[in-house]
Design a protein around this ligand. Structure first.
Ligand code: MF3
Ligand code: CO
Length: 272
């Protein structure tokens, strides 16, 4: 049973790749002293110039809708951080999450950057979280279940490295709506959860803490923060479930190229 036609997958691939393109533009300008609100402004302009709508802007409860195009989560902020007049500084890590809606489909993905000199134990957290994303993605094949993705992520980050796996927020189906079924947790048992269907698109997004897994919501009603104040890392890809080999619709390669070319960023963690 096909969840989505191949034509629809190609339309969604365009939205996912436009998120990658937006994040690539952002990667080129990241440096200490840059205000996170200015990153948001340039991303929103880029999205709209390319005929898209920022999926996150005005999302959620009408009494407190998400006000920005990007989520920019620095250090102990896990996800859903508000862009602000905060200036990035040497030693920060920053997760940038972006949504792009066009032709009826959403792309939604994220990347964590290290600004300048970042402590080795935090670079390790970035590397392991990114590795866990790909281990989870490898499970996104027909016949498997959401729990197989979850187990792969939890096994690598928590059982192997002792990091805290955030439970209150999860990955999700993504398509005509930004959040669709099924939920894709980052912890759980092999063989549990919903069975994956061919041409179903999943946003797989490990949120991994250096310390405790526990989090709270800041007073703005959105920003998720680690309870112990230690850093947290977030990576996200949009993945189409296939037989045998998943099809990753989003693309980190232009982001990684721009990351390596930007001397203000530390990308040594994955080139070691
Ligand atoms: N990648 C995040 C998610 O899947 C982005 C949502 S931000 C929101 O939940 F503001 F739009 F909710
Ligand atoms: Co998401």
């Amino acid at each position: 049973m096909n969840y989505r036609t191949n034509e629809e997958i190609e339309i969604q691939r365009h939205s996912a790749l436009m998120v990658s393109a937006t994040l690539t533009e952002v990667t080129k300008i990241l440096k200490p002293g840059l205000r996170t609100i200015d990153i948001d402004k340039m991303a929103e302009t880029f999205i709209r110039d390319n005929g898209g709508i920022p999926s996150f802007k005005n999302y959620g409860d009408p009494r407190n809708p998400y006000p920005y195009a990007l989520c920019i989560s620095v250090n102990e902020a896990v996800v859903h951080g508000f862009p602000s007049d905060y200036e990035l500084k040497d030693g920060d890590i920053v997760s940038i999450d972006c949504g792009f809606y066009k032709n009826g489909f959403h792309g939604d993905h994220a990347y964590t950057f290290a600004i300048g000199e970042v402590r080795q134990e935090v670079l390790d957290l970035i590397r392991v979280t990114k590795e866990s994303l790909y281990l989870g993605i490898a499970q996104a094949i027909t016949g498997n279940r959401t729990g197989d993705i979850a187990f792969a992520i939890e096994n690598h980050t928590n059982r192997k490295h002792g990091y805290g796996v955030v439970r209150e927020l999860v990955g999700h189906g993504v398509g005509r709506d930004m959040h669709e079924d099924p939920q894709v947790p980052n912890y759980g048992k092999r063989g549990s959860g919903k069975r994956l269907q061919e041409n179903q698109v999943l946003a797989i997004e490990p949120m991994i803490n250096l310390g405790t897994r526990h989090i709270y919501t800041a007073d703005d009603g959105w920003t998720i923060v680690t309870e112990d104040g230690l850093p947290s890392v977030h990576f996200e890809h949009d993945v189409c479930v296939k037989k045998g080999k998943p099809d990753i619709l989003s693309d980190y390669s232009p982001i990684e190229k721009a990351e390596k070319a930007n001397s203000n960023l530390n990308s040594s963690y994955y080139t070691l």
